[in-house]
Design a protein around this ligand. Structure first.
Ligand SMILES: Nc1nc2c(ncn2[C@@H]2O[C@H](COP(=O)(O)OP(=O)(O)OP(=O)(O)O)[C@@H](O)[C@H]2O)c(=O)[nH]1
Length: 190
């Protein structure tokens, strides 16, 4: 009888401008907690099991300090990482513009043609101060072949989905390639 399957830990990094709500998303997801106070983040790892397609994946989620255009990515943010959560606030156009800059830095650092990622419009409860339309977020995600969602850590809306969709993007990249056309007809070229 086969033994239990041991899955390797998936590593997820959460990146974005300062104060967009990165830590709040992670804390809401991992600890079911939200704070109105703002404490700038020092890189912090969290552990949580995420269930996707009925399989439990152990995940390490690395919450990072806010980025600006001059910030350097370090190797902990680009080497051995399976998926990225790229966060902007729907109430800050500048933070939205930073997402493409960060995405390009990751590709540049890692040398990969694309990465498993989700772009997140955070603070979705601040609709009255909205500076970024949902369609802008969706377009940016389509251009970069990432997933996209809006979420509110304050209201605990779509927070779990952020991380589940990120895992879905990771596993999509890990899926074995579809069989060649001939295989379906039972032919093999030796
Ligand atoms: N209205 C609203 N405020 C939020 C939400 N999420 C976070 N905030 C507030 O935004 C501020 C910054 O939140 P953080 O989670 O610390 O932001 P961060 O991106 O981790 O910040 P850095 O550590 O500087 O990168 C705090 O005052 C939070 O209470 C949200 O969903 N809605």
């Amino acid at each position: 009888m086969p033994g239990p399957v041991t899955l390797h830990t998936r590593k997820i990094v959460i990146l974005g401008s300062r104060s967009v709500g990165k830590s709040s998303l992670v804390k809401q997801f991992v600890d079911n907690d939200f704070s109105e106070s703002y404490y700038p983040t020092v890189d912090t790892p969290y552990s949580k099991t995420i269930t996707y397609n009925g399989v439990e994946y152990p995940c390490e989620i690395i919450d990072t300090a806010g980025q600006d255009e001059f910030s350097q990515l370090n190797s902990q943010h680009a080497i051995g990482i399976h998926g990225y959560v790229l966060v902007y606030s729907i109430a800050s156009r500048a933070s939205f513009n930073m997402v493409q800059i960060i995405y390009d830095k990751i590709l540049n650092y890692s040398g990969l043609p694309e990465i498993a990622a989700i772009i997140v419009g955070s603070k979705a409860d601040l609709n009255l101060s909205r500076q970024v339309d949902a369609t802008d977020g969706q377009r940016l995600a389509a251009q970069n072949k990432t997933a996209w969602i809006e979420a509110s850590a304050l209201r605990n809306e779509n927070v779990g989905q952020v991380f589940e969709l990120c895992l879905a993007e990771i596993e999509r990249g890990n899926a074995p390639p579809p069989p060649p056309a001939d295989a379906s007809r039972g032919c093999a070229v030796m």
